[in-house]
Write a protein that binds this ligand. Structure first.
Ligand SMILES: *Cc1c(COP(=O)(O)O)cnc(C)c1O
Length: 220
């Protein structure tokens, strides 16, 4: 099936409250343009340089989401245009995003990445770490970022029960942290679910899915 057909098929199955991020990492601009011409406006990339290059040549009504692990020294390259950073997993990174956003006169939306997988390799913070940040005085002074939700990645496994447990953990963490509404924290987004597990993620309360290979085909 073509990119357009894949996209239309996925969109036809999504409830209205679920946002689709088309994960286009490693794919050429021609593929992204096919998705764009089919109406897709939200793209997710996991490398800042690749995202910046694609942003440069593509239409400017696209929302670019950084879904990968972010190194502090590269934040400045995406701050002029990024619309949502999914992978904020430590306070120092958040402070750097705030500092760079301030230079550009922007307020940048971010998600806290919570570690829900049992694998060691997945990034993310513990729910208690996220809570500590939200309650801190320093956080309340960060005027150029806004925490709008949480992101998580489940363990890569065929065990649906385990994946479900991990998604439920993210959702319950979201419900707990939601009590902490402040000027720069308005939790509304739960980013979870990829090609292999987005239906399950939606059943568990996802409001934003990040789908790559089911739209663009497998990555080499
Ligand atoms: C690559 C990636 C995805 C998309 O994965 P697919 O299995 O191709 O849908 C989603 N989220 C993150 C963080 C990724 O790095």
């Amino acid at each position: 099936m073509s990119i357009q057909q894949n996209l239309n098929h996925i969109k036809s199955t999504l409830p209205e409250h679920v946002t689709l991020v088309a994960v286009s990492k490693t794919k050429p601009v021609t593929d992204l343009m096919e998705a764009y011409n089919a109406g897709q406006r939200i793209f997710g990339e996991n490398k800042i340089q690749e995202m910046a290059e694609k942003h440069e040549v593509m239409p400017k009504d696209i929302e670019w989401h950084m879904i990968g692990h972010v190194q502090r020294n590269k934040v400045k390259y995406m701050v002029p245009f990024v619309s949502l950073i999914h992978g904020v997993d430590n306070f120092k990174l958040l402070k750097e995003i705030n500092k760079q956003a301030k230079k550009h006169g922007r307020i940048i939306d971010c998600l806290f990445q919570i570690k829900i997988a049992s694998e060691d390799s997945k990034f993310g913070m513990a729910p208690s770490e996220a809570l500590d940040i939200l309650k801190s005085e320093v956080f309340s002074e960060l005027k150029n970022i806004r925490i709008i939700g949480l992101m998580g990645m489940a363990t890569f496994t065929d065990d649906e029960n385990q994946v479900k447990k991990e998604f439920n953990l993210l959702k319950s963490t979201f419900n707990d942290l939601k009590q902490q509404q402040t000027v720069n924290c308005k939790l509304q987004t739960v980013s979870m679910g990829m090609s292999g597990d987005y239906q399950l993620a939606i059943d568990c309360g996802s409001t934003m899915i990040r789908v790559g290979s089911s739209i663009f085909g497998i990555r080499s």
